[in-house]
Design a protein around this ligand. Structure first.
Ligand code: AMP
Length: 356
């Protein structure tokens, strides 16, 4: 089967590697020169909303998926008239807008921080008095890795926050004094079969994911997160991989956001699970059943951001695997990651510490 993928970054590259192993071929659409996925398949070089580029991918593919969530939904709705597009575009639309996303969590009884849509300074002042400070003010659309956010600590800064974030189309939410962050990743097939990977604990530095560890061994949290992601997959009549990110505060889960795609916090599944998130996404969109999502021991992942140090390239550590996306170095850019698999949580943590 030929799978058309919108976006050819590292997620596309890892989807392409998984697709090859499963006997499929990928055709990508991406505007950038020489993107990571060009090492695993042909890339049609055009903007994500370019009608002729999209038409070409659709004409030459058997099914379409995406690896990047800021794809224009309207452009994909056009394609959907002639070819299956997974995950469903209603899921993409809700993931692109933090207000719709939070309303989805509410409708599914998934707990989340108190929030309020903001379109003016007055709205924010009202939110501050109703919810209390600090508040995290975010743009509803196009925020990622902590960009497009303002932590409001004083009522006097309402003007600055609203102005800095563009004046309207914002959301304010209660600042959560979380103990740690987790994500739960699930997959649903075209026939409705669901599989969920073990809960993953995530650590961010400067808003960017730095380390993931799985399984996170609190069984009660894991069961709850598993239930939440299943509710989402069912409600959205979902096909493919979905990642739900949550805060853990006082032993309770609070939903932060979801991604309708494979996710950085699931990279450990490449070596650390029986079936990786990339393989299962390809299986799902291609119409097959999901493979087992059990962890193989204790797994972890460290992102390599800005550069890949020589010591990491020469890493002599059984159980550690370097994934280099082949991107040119730049501050803040995700260039690769290292996956580790160990026999104990302590050994896994020690291995992650040694990779700097
Ligand atoms: P986001 O883009 O919403 O995933 O936010 C990026 C990071 O900012 C999260 O992973 C958290 O570390 C932090 N953050 C976002 N929202 C909140 C919140 N309401 N309370 C505390 N920290 C937050």
């Amino acid at each position: 089967m030929r799978i058309g993928i919108i976006g050819a970054g590292q997620l596309g590259q890892m989807l392409g590697i998984a697709a090859r192993a499963l006997g499929h071929e990928c055709l990508f659409l991406d505007p950038s020169e020489n993107p990571p996925a060009s090492s695993v398949g042909e890339v049609i070089r055009a903007p994500f909303d370019d009608p002729s580029g999209l038409a070409e991918v659709a004409a030459r593919s058997d099914v379409i998926t995406y690896e990047f969530e800021n794809v224009p939904v309207d452009a994909l709705r056009e394609l959907e008239k002639s070819i299956d597009v997974f995950p469903p575009l209603d899921a993409l639309e809700q993931a692109q807008d933090r207000l719709l996303e939070k309303r989805l969590f509410e409708s599914l009884d998934i707990p989340l921080p108190a929030f309020c849509p903001i379109d003016s300074v007055e709205d924010l002042e009202r939110a501050a008095s109703e919810i209390g400070l600090p508040l995290v003010v975010k743009t509803r659309r196009f925020g990622y890795d902590g960009k497009g956010q303002f932590v409001l600590r004083s009522i006097d800064d309402c003007d600055t926050a609203v102005e800095q974030l563009g004046g309207r189309g914002l959301i304010a939410e209660a600042w959560v004094p979380f103990d740690f962050e987790v994500s739960v990743i699930g997959v649903r097939s075209r026939d409705g079969e669901i599989a969920v990977w073990p809960l993953t604990e995530n650590r961010h530095d400067n808003g960017i994911l730095s380390i993931s560890r799985a399984p996170q061994v609190d069984q009660a949290l894991e069961n709850q997160a598993d239930d939440f992601v299943r509710r989402m997959l069912e409600q959205l009549d979902y096909v493919g991989v979905l990642a739900l990110e949550l805060f853990v505060a006082d032993g309770q889960l609070l939903a932060n956001e979801f991604a309708p795609r494979v996710h950085n916090s699931g990279h450990w599944t490449i070596e650390g699970a029986v079936t990786s998130q990339f393989a299962n996404h390809i299986l799902a969109v291609a119409g097959a059943r999901p493979g087992a999502t059990d962890a193989r021991g204790y797994a972890g992942m460290r992102n390599l951001i800005g550069d890949i140090p020589a010591a990491v390239r020469q890493l002599d550590m059984p159980g550690a695997t370097l994934h280099d996306y082949g991107k040119s170095p730049r501050a803040g850019r995700k260039l690769g990651h290292v996956t580790v698999v160990a026999e104990s949580a302590a050994q896994r943590d020690e291995m992650l510490e040694r990779i700097m």
